[in-house]
Design a protein around this ligand. Sequence first.
Ligand code: ASP
Length: 342
Amino acid sequence: MTCQHDKRYVFGVVQKMCVLGLAAMAFLFASQVSAQTFPIKDKPVTIVVPFTAGGPTDRLARDMAEALRKPLGVNSIVVENVLGAGGAIATQKVARAAPDGHTILIHHIGMATMPALNRNPGFQVDTDFTFLGMIHEVPMTIVARPTMEANDYKQLSAWISKNKDKANLGNAGVGSASHLCGLLWQAAMKTELATIPYKGVSMAITDLMGGQIDLLCDQTSNTMAYIEGKKVKAYAVTSPKRLTQPVFSTLPTMQELGVKGFQISIWHGAYGPKGMSADTQAKWNAAMRTVLTDPAFVKKQQDMGAVMISDKRIEPAEHRKFVLSEINKWSPVIKAAGVYAD
Ligand code: ASP
């Protein structure tokens, strides 16, 4: 064996040892990563919201983000507004996120109405998500610009009949709750109005206050402050019974006004991507239950007309069942209205 050979032999052995060493390190690292459970230390937690900041979905998500920190055992939760396509862009983003519990979606009834309102939403509600539990339900209100001539619902419907060619109705995009409410309202009135889509109702209500648009149907949790401050005019609620909060108690229900079959309540829930571990799902659900029974959190939501979910739909399996039943409930209604985004 020459010296040259010796050197090559030693080099080869060292090379093999290095490769083996690296492989062992990689294995150790990989097993450490897979053993990491939610929450992963120092990794941010993000709640994705499908609409603009300042709207009702965003406000709920921000209240949840604040209240969830302690029960989840994390220092901060970031709220990310991912806008567009009536909520579909945000929903797609979460469907494709890592299922480690660090990215979740807070969304409303749009999870069930989007598949009928948009033939190609880019996600499958029943297979692309891990259901984490429902949060609350909120009725809608019919509101108009502050300069609207009508002083009650009867006068408003007379104004609409007279001005149907120029009256317009804002919404948060195809697939949003305000879009659905507008569809139901137009169907009940047997009138078609021009609709103006925004990327969230905070933008629509700004234009309503400024008189750029005439009408909007949106959650009480959004309209309350504007009605109280006389920045918009309110005409009716979509709940089966009148609401008890002073600001809403004078508003008639659609049933009282003789507008049959127009009842809608906007529910909200939380979702992770599919493939989340049962342990991570259980941690989120337990933290949400803590928040949903926290007196300060509950009072804040109730004051805005919301009703916290206290029945079995707080369970992920029941949440999933309910969303699928809502798809079956709303799809024929939406299809009958013949509205699609594409
Ligand atoms: N309330 C809105 C909707 O119409 C969404 C939002 O801006 O929160 O769906």
